[in-house]
Design a protein around this ligand. Structure first.
Ligand code: BJW
Ligand code: ZN
Length: 250
């Protein structure tokens, strides 16, 4: 097993409030593509044609079809050892909070109980006119964009597109968790999309120990106290083992 740096181990030993801030990279080992980087979806498809409201109004069926394709992949995927290790930490620390940019529900499926979703959830939809929610999977089973049963409006995925506000409650609860945490892990995110990327910065500014877990260095790395380079699905189970050992539960 990997040996971790001593200052990190000391912080783990004393920590009570722990936050995991996660991005697409944590689900890569579940077979879900990331956005950026060599295998990222946006090497092939343009975000400006798919991930904003104008693109949806211009070509709702195309955007809907793209989300149906991704739902299909997500439905067939499973939480991986990284999601499961984070859920396992709940037994070892007083408070474990997950703040995720992902829309794939894999943290909840892994058993994490406190999960704030900053960019929405692909399992939910709502009418763009009257905001009626449509969350049952049968509803989203057509490749053509559905219409609202109340008003005939277009139904869209409940996902935060570029230029849109983040869900207020989840964002402010995430800020609160960042402000009071002892240690923040930033896992599998390129840290370029704002305002989500402010969450680890806020934690660091208020004194938390900041750990980054990623295949490569990012814009966040120079600010992190500890950068662990490698796969989240290998590193986080190692961290879980270390914590178990520290708490005499190994
Ligand atoms: C591994 C790994 C393994 C891989 N183990 N690691 C200039 C122009 C236009 C807009 C802006 C601008 N400047 C700022 C903005 C605002 C914009 C923004 O931040 N843009 C920047 C990109 C420039 N932000 C917004 O628009 C936000 N809203 C907003 O600001 O509202 C205020 C406002 C109102 C009105 C007008 C203007 C502003 C909303 C942002 C919403 C983001 N939504 C998306 C797409 C949703 C669509 C969908 O899912 O279909 O959310 S963007 C996309 O990026 C997705 C992700 O959640 C988000 C973050 O990506 P993430 O998770 O970091 O993934 P990747 O792929 O980037 O990185 C993966 C990482 O994992 C890599 O580092 C790998 O190395 C690593 N990795 N395998 C460990 N096994
Ligand atoms: Zn409606």
């Amino acid at each position: 097993m990997e040996t971790f740096r001593r200052d990190f181990v000391e912080v783990l030993k004393e920590a009570e409030n722990v936050v995991f801030f996660t991005g697409a990279g944590i689900s890569a080992e579940s077979g879900i593509s990331t956005f950026r980087g060599t295998d990222g979806i946006w090497n092939k498809l343009k975000p400006e044609e798919l991930a904003n409201f104008d693109a949806f109004l211009k070509n709702p069926d195309r955007v809907w079809e793209w989300y149906q394709y991704r739902r299909h992949i997500i439905d067939r995927s499973k939480p991986n050892p990284a999601h499961l290790a984070i859920a396992g930490m709940q037994e070892l620390f007083r408070n474990v909070t997950v703040v995720t940019q992902n829309v794939d529900n894999l943290h909840r499926r892994a058993g994490s109980r406190t999960v704030y979703e900053l960019h929405g959830n692909i399992e939910r939809n709502y009418c763009i006119e009257c905001r009626t929610p449509y969350n049952s999977p049968e509803f989203a089973s057509d490749d053509k964009v559905p219409r609202c049963e109340n008003c005939g409006g277009l139904v869209r995925p409940d996902i935060v597109w570029f230029g849109e506000m983040l869900p207020e409650e989840d964002f402010s609860l995430s800020e609160e968790a960042a402000e009071k945490c002892d240690i923040m892990f930033s896992v599998g995110t390129s840290s370029v999309v704002y305002p989500a990327a402010r969450i680890p910065l806020l934690a660091k500014r208020l004194g938390a120990y900041l750990v980054e877990v990623n295949l490569e260095e990012t814009e966040l790395s120079p600010l992190a106290d500890y950068v662990l380079i490698g796969k989240a699905g290998e590193i986080l189970p190692g961290v879980l083992e270390e914590v178990k050992k520290l708490k005499g539960k190994g």
